[in-house]
Ligand binder design. Sequence first.
Ligand code: ZN
Ligand code: ZN
Length: 356
Amino acid sequence: MSSKRLGRIRQEMARLGLDGLLVSSLQDIRYLSGFSGSTALALITQSRAALILDFRYLTQAAREVSHFEIVTTPTKPWDAVANLAQDWKIQRLGFEAEDLSFFQHEKLKEGLPDVTLVATSELIKDLRMVKDSEEVTLIQKSAEILSITLEEVLSEIKPGLREREVAALLEYRMKIHGADREGFDTIVASGERSAMPHGIASDKELIKGELVIIDCGCGYQGYNADITRTIALGKPSARALEIYPVVLRAQEQALATARVGVRAATVDKAARQVIEGEGYGEFFGHNTGHGVGLSVHEKPTLSRDSEIPLEEGMTFTIEPGIYLPGVGGIRIEDTVTLGLRGLEVLTSAPRELLIL
Ligand code: ZN
Ligand code: ZN
């Protein structure tokens, strides 16, 4: 774990005049400290950094954590935060507003009546947008596992299998290949269900002639990759054959547009223009992509109004789609990273329509 990350958040704190920052998002905590457990709070000042956790995580923390001192608390983490903040004489304590519940905020206020609490917005998530080489390597590995898994499972898909069975095969195989877990509830949406962009695998059986959207993700040492392919079971309909190349072209345009310095909205527009140009604009209702890292969905969002300029080290998806209610849908998604040599596609599987 690089101490640079802690250095950068301390710069942000100084800029905002905060002498303390409370971190309650587990992914932010993992990013800064290396701790991968499921309960912890972190408190940071310019000279100190502590991880507040309970006895269950001591051994794990000793193995994983660097640059943070470990403070254990038997039952009341919010009291521990208050005690530490008082010991460290914190006057202006920042907290990441998106990550603290109203209840937790009240607890904090109660324990620290003389401290000014300052709401901050995604300070650490903004830092997380630009990946360092250690992170890119992990996302690369995650993408490799995901691509191998998808390729294997695609060779086994046939009519009669239930969507749920396809999802189970994917999740089983990715773990055999080294994934920690699936990135999200695996999407396997066949036939008319494929018109639902987030059709989580159901009991429905796959039927000959249908389109099937398979959207799966996996995590490796905390880092995610995300891929979608749409396949046809037997001869696809004329409509499917007409739409598939449009989505593919939209993805290719977006891939060709994404480079350092270009705004995220410009990449979204590149994909959207192709789809709108063919008259399907109203059937592409979601964003073109999202950042991928410790979270499957993180910054930057590649949407119509995202002014963020793309930077080297950003890792995100490009995933246009067309969804026709009552007919079906098509989406093609890859995880990419912007490196020294431009855009690198990390997930790999043929993009042409696969007819099984
Ligand atoms: Zn996906
Ligand atoms: Zn995605």
